[in-house]
Ligand binder design. Structure first.
Ligand code: MSP
Length: 650
């Protein structure tokens, strides 16, 4: 088959502020399946994912933990990468918005927009949603709340640079109206047109001066670039846009599909196209908005504690079971509710009963009736044609579904072939044929047809469940070859006879649903407990004054540094032994970049003494040492006069 076109797909960049839930993995698993599917069809695929690491929220959380934002995100990003590794996600590019090359490109993009006159300075007054890091006008609010996430907003005023979004309003409206395929599903397009474009677009505030953690505006260091301009640019910076080597950009852009959750559609179908228009670049071909996975009736939040993490599922039931469930159970595009019961039932019915049984029955019969060798097909009989027709027509049906990102339908149709093949066993009754030597030719044919149908299934499920596909190949004695290409599915009979089958344990043992729910709950809880120690407390976003009573709750003390040494597991952290009055305690602090441990011994510092102890990279920290920070500069707080350790700071 000739090499096909390029195919560039992306996930959104994840915020590294939370442990990723099954909901988060949903997009990545779906994009991965499509990337694998296109590779199977020999497209030249580029699959990008990564993390969106700048912004006020990250800055605040890092501060709460007494570490630098970069250090905070480094830890989380490595967890995210580990999760993708566990899930065998085949991304080609993992971009971090803190990567130097990305930061350089964003600066160039910003400069280019400024030079073109699309960015100007002004004052912004509006309603700000801190979690979404977005400003809204009053009319855009939804019953006074953020129209994207539904949370509280606050009125803010600041000097800012604006992007002339309004200038692109007509072109974007036309883009959405004239290209029904640009944004799918259809109703999302109507939402954008009616809720945002028709009422009119305001210019967009694209810088912030109230915090530091971001990419600096190249010509005004007081401002950092708005986190969404920064994040959206990843889709092209990741390909080398405006860099010395932009060959990938030339080859793969425009993206074939950006996958996004429903709450970030506006950014991808209004703001992102406008930025690209202003840069004079091509627009992505498609944006697909998927729904949310809900836990009980709870949205993305983990507040009710009913959220399930992917790790215990992977550990207990394997990656393929999770991927299959996510893509089969939910209609991509709509919200769906995750329940453990549904998960277990799918495993039992579709994986254990239908697919698992088909494979083990077939392999066992070939073993028993033909000495473990896949026979040649010799004598056609009743039911053969029906089976073959369905098997040969299934790939095209799947292709039609995948074209529309109907994962669930694609898997459903593969399972129709599995069911049809199971039915073929019941119809042809090989165990009866085996009793009559005259029926050996017919028996051979039936066994061959079963194995051939399973081969076709093994290739069709490959993009969704690679381990299972490999396991089937192992059991049928198939190597990766012409027998396993997408092209091999166009004709019946691709399976070689004479291969040695290998009996194995069942691929998906049947589960006792009640028992397993208990087991999964226990494992999930263990993970939650393990993470509790290092998890941030959700911070209230309102900026309220605090009362003197609130202040009194913070026990600030002078402490003397007795010992300081490097943290065993983190370059940027120092571990201090401190004397606080009569007491000794240990505090971990992220100041290794600016202070050498030995120069601090004997110094008096100010600490928060009643902060709940936490473990930082495995070392307990019983409080926080205070420091003053601005940009990269840091200074530990100390006292003007020499005062005993333990003294209260008021
Ligand atoms: N950082 C932005 C995206 C920037 S893209 C240039 C962001 N990050 S996120 O971590 O909050 O969300 C990433 C994706 O995960 C979003 O598409 C979001 O919809 C998806 N999901 C997070 N929780 C989810 C569910 N419970 N269910 C399905 N997807 C969900 O937004």
């Amino acid at each position: 088959m000739a090499k096909k076109d390029t195919f560039y797909i992306t996930t959104p960049l994840y915020y590294p502020s939370a442990n990723l839930t099954i909901g988060h993995t949903y997009t990545t698993v779906a994009v991965d399946a499509l990337a694998r599917y296109k590779r199977l069809q020999e497209y030249d695929v580029k699959f990008l994912t990564g993390t969106d690491e700048h912004g006020q929220k990250i800055e605040e959380v890092a501060k709460e933990r007494g570490i630098k934002p970069k250090e905070y995100v480094d830890g989380i990003v490595s967890d995210i990468k580990k999760l993708w590794e566990d899930l065998d996600i085949t991304y080609d590019i993992f971009i971090r918005t803190t990567d130097d090359y990305h930061k350089e490109t964003v600066k160039k993009i910003f400069q280019k927009l400024y030079d073109a006159g699309d960015i100007y300075k002004g004052v912004y007054e509006g309603y700000y949603c801190t979690p979404c890091e977005a400003f809204f006008t009053e009319s855009q609010l939804n019953e006074g709340k953020c129209p994207d996430c539904g949370r509280d907003v606050k009125m803010e005023k600041e000097e800012t640079y604006f992007f002339k979004l309004s200038k692109y309003q007509d072109r974007i409206l036309k883009l959405l109206e004239d290209n029904p395929d640009f944004l799918q599903p259809e109703y999302r397009r109507n939402e954008m047109i009616n809720n945002f474009l028709k009422p009119g677009l305001d210019d967009l505030s694209v810088t912030r001066s109230s915090f530091d953690w971001g990419i600096k505006v190249p010509f005004d260091e007081e401002h950092v670039i708005y986190v969404w301009t920064d994040a959206l640019s990843n889709y092209i910076s990741g390909l080398g846009y405006l860099s010395d080597d932009d060959s990938d950009y030339k080859k793969y852009w425009p993206a074939d599909i950006h996958f996004v959750g429903k709450e970030i559609v506006r950014f991808h179908t209004i703001i992102w196209p406008a930025i690209l228009m202003a840069l004079g670049e091509e627009l992505p071909k498609h944006v697909f908005a998927h729904g949310w996975i809900l836990f009980g009736d709870d949205k993305m939040s983990k507040s009710k504690g009913n959220v399930i993490y992917p790790e215990p599922i992977i550990d207990l039931y394997g990656v393929d079971a999770l991927k299959y469930f996510l893509l089969r159970e939910f209609t991509f595009g709509q919200d769906g509710s995750f329940t453990k019961e549904k998960f277990m039932n799918r495993l039992n019915s579709d994986l254990a009963n239908d697919l698992g049984n088909l494979v083990s029955r077939t392999v066992a019969m070939i073993d028993k009736y033909n000495g473990g060798i896949i026979p040649e097909a010799k004598e056609e009989g009743e039911f053969d044609e029906q089976l073959k027709e369905l098997a040969i027509s299934t790939p095209n049906i799947i292709d039609g579904h995948m074209d529309k990102l109907k994962y669930s339908n694609a898997l459903e149709d593969i399972w129709k072939l599995i069911s049809r093949t199971n039915k073929y066993i019941d119809e042809t009754t090989p165990w009866i044929l085996a009793k009559d030597v005259d029926k050996k030719a017919r028996l051979d044919t039936v066994l061959y047809n079963l194995a051939e149908s399973i081969r076709i299934v093994s290739v069709l499920i490959r993009p969704f469940m690679e381990n299972t596909s490999n396991e089937i190949w192992k059991q049928l004695g198939i190597d990766r070859s012409e027998m396993t290409t997408w092209e091999s599915l166009s004709d019946w009979g691709g399976l070689e006879s004479g291969l040695n089958v290998r009996k194995s344990k069942p691929m998906f043992p049947r589960l006792d649903v009640k028992e397993e729910i208990k087991r999964l709950d226990e494992e999930n809880q263990k993970l939650i407990d393990a993470r509790k120690g290092v998890k941030k407390k959700e911070k209230k976003m309102e900026e309220n004054y605090i009362s003197i009573d609130d202040f009194d709750k913070v026990d600030l003390r002078v402490a003397e540094i007795l010992k300081a040494e490097k943290h065993p597991n983190a370059d940027k952290l120092l571990v201090f032994k401190l004397k606080v009055g009569e007491e000794e305690r240990q505090i971990v602090s992220g100041i290794a970049d600016v202070y050498a441990p030995e120069e601090l011994v004997g110094k008096k510092v100010v600490i928060v003494a009643n902060l709940k102890p936490i473990k930082l990279r495995g070392v307990e920290s019983q409080g926080m040492i205070l420091s003053a920070e601005k940009s990269e500069a840091i200074s530990l707080l100390t006292t003007l006069e020499d005062i005993d350790s333990g003294a209260k700071v008021l």
